[in-house]
Design a protein. Structure first.
Ligand code: FES
Length: 336
């Protein structure tokens, strides 16, 4: 079987050019033009009637008259005619203008060729000469004192907007990297503010906790956003942790920041069977048995783990502050 390649070649399209200009009847027939003129005048006149209706309804109609309309039911006549008058006046003025443009306004086809935006070489040279002559006349070259003081003044003026940055509020200092957790801070239930003993949590249980407040201290909203911690209890033999991280747990109880390390949502779902924590926002999934290692989703790092121990009264407390910033990864500088 032979293939005829030539028959498959596509013939290049020729430039169709601009279609021949077709004159409108109103361009060639004075009677048609006169008729179009009358049509436009009628449309504008209907618009004028609409305006008169609007003014009349506004000025003379009582607001107490109601008329019955099939779909709308009982309708205030004044409001109805105000609306109708305005609609007629605007609609027909637009229609008249469009009809006028299509039938009677000049119908010449004009080709505007593109041109270069760059100025002529001679204009550019003239401009440079004018600037130089102006600088010369102002004595900028000769009067170096003025030149330097002007430079300093302009530079300082440029610095002033930087001062306005102070108005954005106090500097955040270490607010982004530190939480309220300190060594010895008790974990309290949220809600409830009750200290927790290990025996309060059964295996498989999960609880949200916050740092205990000092007497007279108030809980600030921005701190809750950083301090929220999830407390989870599993069987100790299920942990797959290195010695240090294992020492941060207590009798199978492990604590993680509740703030997702992807974009800061609350990691609020715990699957008891698989021991997975799930962030509902973008489905990042963290393995509780492996120090909240990311096993699925967009998050780039594990949830920070809070080291736990018990105090002299048997309550769960933080062994130390978080060792890394909580929340989205972009605040975090040192760890991978
Ligand atoms: S904020 Fe948690 S996965 Fe995006």
């Amino acid at each position: 079987m032979t293939t005829d390649n030539h028959s498959k070649e596509i013939a290049p399209l020729s430039d169709p050019g601009i279609p021949e200009h077709v004159h409108r009847r109103t361009d060639t027939d004075p009677k048609a033009a006169k008729k179009a003129e009358r049509q436009v005048a009628i449309l504008f006149s209907i618009s004028a009637i609409g305006t008169i209706l609007f003014v009349y309804s506004y000025t003379f109609m009582s607001g107490d008259i109601f008329v019955f309309l099939p779909v709308m039911g009982s309708t205030n006549a004044k409001q109805l005619f105000l609306g109708l008058g305005m609609a007629i006046s605007l609609f027909f003025i637009g229609l008249g203008a469009v009809h006028w443009a299509k039938m009677l306004m000049p119908d010449n086809e004009i080709i505007a060729h593109r041109h270069e935006f760059r100025s002529e070489e001679s204009d550019r040279e003239d401009f440079v000469k004018t600037v130089k002559a102006g600088a010369e006349a102002a004595g900028l070259g000769r009067r170096s004192l003025i030149k330097r003081s002007l430079g300093a003044a302009l530079g300082l003026v440029g610095l002033t907007p930087l001062l306005l940055l102070r108005d954005l509020g106090p500097l955040p200092k270490d607010d982004f990297t530190k939480t309220s957790w300190k060594a010895g801070t008790r974990l309290v239930t949220d809600p409830g503010n009750r200290p927790i003993k290990p025996s309060d949590l059964e295996v498989g249980a999960v609880a949200q906790v916050l740092p205990e407040l000092q007497p007279g201290e108030l809980r600030k909203l921005e701190n809750i956003g950083k301090d929220a911690v999830l407390l989870i209890r599993i069987r100790p033999e299920e942990f797959q942790l290195d010695a240090e991280r294992l020492s941060w747990t207590h009798e199978g109880i492990i604590a993680f920041s509740k703030i997702c390390s992807h974009m800061g949502c609350a990691v609020a779902l715990y699957e008891q069977q698989t021991k997975h924590l799930l962030c509902p926002c973008h489905q990042s999934t963290f393995d509780v048995t492996r120090a909240a290692k990311v096993i699925f989703g967009p998050s780039a790092r594990p949830l920070p783990q809070l080291a736990l121990m018990i105090d002299a009264d048997g309550y769960l407390v933080a062994k130390q502050p978080f060792t890394e910033p909580v929340g989205p990864s972009f605040w975090e500088r040192d760890s991978a």
